[in-house]
Design a protein around this ligand. Structure first.
Ligand SMILES: Cc1cc2nc3c(=O)[nH]c(=O)nc-3n(C[C@H](O)[C@H](O)[C@H](O)COP(=O)(O)OP(=O)(O)OC[C@H]3O[C@@H](n4cnc5c(N)ncnc54)[C@H](O)[C@@H]3O)c2cc1C
Length: 429
């Protein structure tokens, strides 16, 4: 039987194969009391639990499957500064002042994650080698220039620059028209980071129950959440379920859409340093984005291809390989040792959905930028719970619209739209 968050071949992931040993946590049994119940054991939930415990709250965290086996422990590990929309788009939508405040907060996510890694001595193959976006079309170079200009002048962020064709080729051995390079950012082993957060949260005094999916949420005096074998009564609750949120709060659920996304890890490459001399985290400007990087043991971890329908490809390796070989023809036929998938949750605006309904707080829908933002969002939720609402309010104000048709009909309508954009992308090249 597939466990709560063990689908899409996570057991065939590079991360599970190289995970730091971690304890299993008991199933919730019986009724317990807490100040805060956190639903979801990924980086959002664990960061919230850790920050709440450090503020003196009694925290119980309920994970439906295994800690870190949601998106947090199966993603590309790319640490990318900012929100999913460009800085220039932020300014266009919100004006300079609010856009800068939002960008500053997103930038803080990078420093917060680095702080967590250092403070809790988390061994997660951290590489601060920057992030590079490769231009698949010459037209991309114009918006790269505008973005660098906006970041430097409005956001006071001097770390981003445009790379020429030649510089880009020196950073990665594939023919881009140029690149956008952010010297901040990098990559890490996301499952080991998540397990490190869990270890720190336990040391701070929180209780974790695995294999304890929440099946019901009741608003009483405070909140009561129920699992098959127990319940937690609590003053506050945090929903940190991202793409796996289903059936416990339809209003919150209707703001995000799960999209299947797939990754492979090659055999260790003798020529890894020639493939990506910069060792940066990389992606490209395709609508269905390719993203890739080297692992600590010189494998290429390559994510490519998306599915908007609920079924996953029967052969994930066969699904991703053509994307990898189109980017790196020199790797044609190289052995693939690991292949797995995960669900990315996106919102209509591609901004995160962060907010509260009474004593139920939530944060999700980072739209492919959650490696950094999830740890920050967990911290902001706790700030709001203890009454420090200013920074939380900034993200809350982004408030993406629900998907048309709500949680029941969002799938079919969205699929049509996404397929259209994906087809346009294919016709471009
Ligand atoms: C394949 C893939 C590649 C990605 N690559 C990148 C990348 O390179 N860079 C980047 O910035 N972002 C990336 N992302 C996005 C990023 O991984 C996510 O935004 C982030 O991990 C979300 O963290 P989270 O803690 O909110 O959710 P999750 O890590 O998914 O955690 C949610 C947890 O809630 C649990 N849960 C759900 N419902 C219940 C319930 N009813 N009861 C109890 N528990 C429940 C789940 O089991 C799960 O463990 C990627 C995502 C995927 C899937």
């Amino acid at each position: 039987m597939v466990g709560f968050n063990s689908g899409l071949d996570i057991k065939r992931s590079y991360y599970v194969a190289t995970a730091t040993p971690a304890p299993r946590h008991p199933v919730l049994a019986g009724e317990v009391d807490a100040d805060l119940v956190v639903v979801g054991g990924g980086c959002t939930g664990l960061s919230a639990a850790l920050h709440a415990a450090e503020r003196g709250l009694k925290v119980v965290l309920l994970e439906g499957g295994r800690i870190g086996w949601g998106a947090s422990g199966r993603n590309g590990g790319q640490m990318i500064v900012g929100l999913r929309k460009s800085a220039a788009k932020l300014v266009e939508l919100y004006g300079r002042e609010r856009a800068k405040a939002l960008f500053d907060l997103a930038l803080e996510a990078w420093t917060l994650v680095l702080h967590m890694i250092e403070r809790h001595a988390i061994n997660c193959d951290l590489r601060k080698t920057g992030h590079l976006v490769g231009a698949v079309s010459a037209a991309d170079m114009a918006w790269f220039e505008r973005e660098v200009e906006c970041l430097a002048t409005v956001m006071n962020y001097p770390h981003m620059r445009v790379m020429s064709v030649i510089e880009a080729r020196a950073a990665v051995d594939t023919p881009y028209h140029g690149a956008l390079f952010d010297a901040l950012g990098g990559h890490m082993h996301p499952l080991n980071y998540t397990l490190g957060l869990a270890r720190a949260a336990i040391a701070a005094g929180i209780t974790i129950h695995e294999d304890s999916p929440v099946v019901r949420l009741e608003r009483q005096a405070g909140v009561r959440v129920e699992t098959a074998a127990g319940a937690v009564r609590s003053r506050h609750a945090i929903l940190a379920c991202d793409a796996l949120l289903k059936g416990i709060d339809s209003g919150v659920e209707s703001r995000t859409m799960p999209i299947g996304n797939y990754i492979v890890a090659t055999e260790p490459l003798e020529d890894a340093a020639a493939v990506i001399p910069s060792n940066a985290a990389l992606s490209d400007t395709r609508f269905v984005v390719n993203y890739y990087r080297l692992s600590a043991d010189r494998r290429l971890l390559f994510g490519g291809g998306e599915r908007y329908t609920p079924s996953s490809p029967a052969d994930i390796e066969g699904f991703v390989r053509p994307h990898m070989e189109r980017t790196f023809p020199q790797l044609k036929g190289r052995r693939i040792d690991y292949a797995w998938g995960g669900l990315v949750s996106v919102t209509t605006s591609r901004f995160p959905h962060v907010g509260r309904h009474g004593e139920i707080y939530f944060a999700h829908g980072y739209s492919g930028k959650g490696v950094l933002l999830s740890t920050l969002a967990g911290k902001l939720l706790v700030e709001a719970i203890v009454g420090e609402t200013a920074r939380f309010a900034l993200f809350e104000g982004l408030n993406p619209m629900p998907f048309p048709g709500g949680s029941a009909l969002r799938g079919p309508l969205y699929v049509l739209g996404m397929l259209w954009y994906a087809m346009r992308d294919r016709l471009k090249c």
